[in-house]
Design a protein around this ligand. Sequence first.
Ligand code: GLY
Length: 277
Amino acid sequence: MNALVLHGGAGSASNIDELNAKVNEFADIAFKEKNALDAVIKAVVLMEDEPLFNAGTGSNMRLDGSIQMDAAVMIPGNFGGVINIENVKNPVLVAKDVMLKSPHLLLAGDGAIKFARKMGYGDYDPSTEKARKKRERILEKLNNGEIPEYYHPKFFLEFLGDTVGAVARINGEFAAAVSTGGTSLTLRGRVGDSPIPGAGIYCGEKGAVVATGIGEEIIKRMLSINIYNRIGEMPLEEICKEELEKFGDIPVGIIAVDENSSCALSNANMPYAIKKY
Ligand code: GLY
């Protein structure tokens, strides 16, 4: 089986139909790629370039107004990621270069930006009016005392959404990729699950898994590697269902692929597309 699964973020998106149409369109384009790594990268680049999603152009702003993005790619036996990268158009391409062209697996902050420039990725402002308005709404709520200083994960829901990810199996090879502007109700320097191998992304010889939702909760449970380690125990979708149920009403989404099947599940609105033959 060849399969490509995309998601556009677990959250409270009111424009779910529009987002579903986009991820389907992008999945059709990306599935034309000849191998799994190129397919997941292509899918994520297309979503990063679409301002409707919270990745690349259109990324959320931190409370201080800055945009710090995380991205990662993984294939069996190799990984590359960037954490809190700023002012680049496609963080996932930099993550791929970390994996393929650097001796490291993860680069963060200034170092990630310098590496991106060395690799030829120019200065780019990913900010949008949508992100500015979202931040304004959050600041207003904080100032009005509608969000407590130490907030519960449920307060994230309104400010989540639209993070992107892809998993693929093509000609027997697996790959996974993720990219996010993070949640907007966060401090500068915060890191979510997306670039943490085993948390927001995992890929090995048995399959590929990507998670979306509240990063802190996903990291605590190491969601992606938990699912990966269970592959073969029962049908993939059943494994994902069981793992998802452990989150209760904390918004989380999962996409996964193994040798024979693929799935996309979420307990919140999550645009997704599954292509296979
Ligand atoms: N799941 C994306 C994040 O929490 O940053």
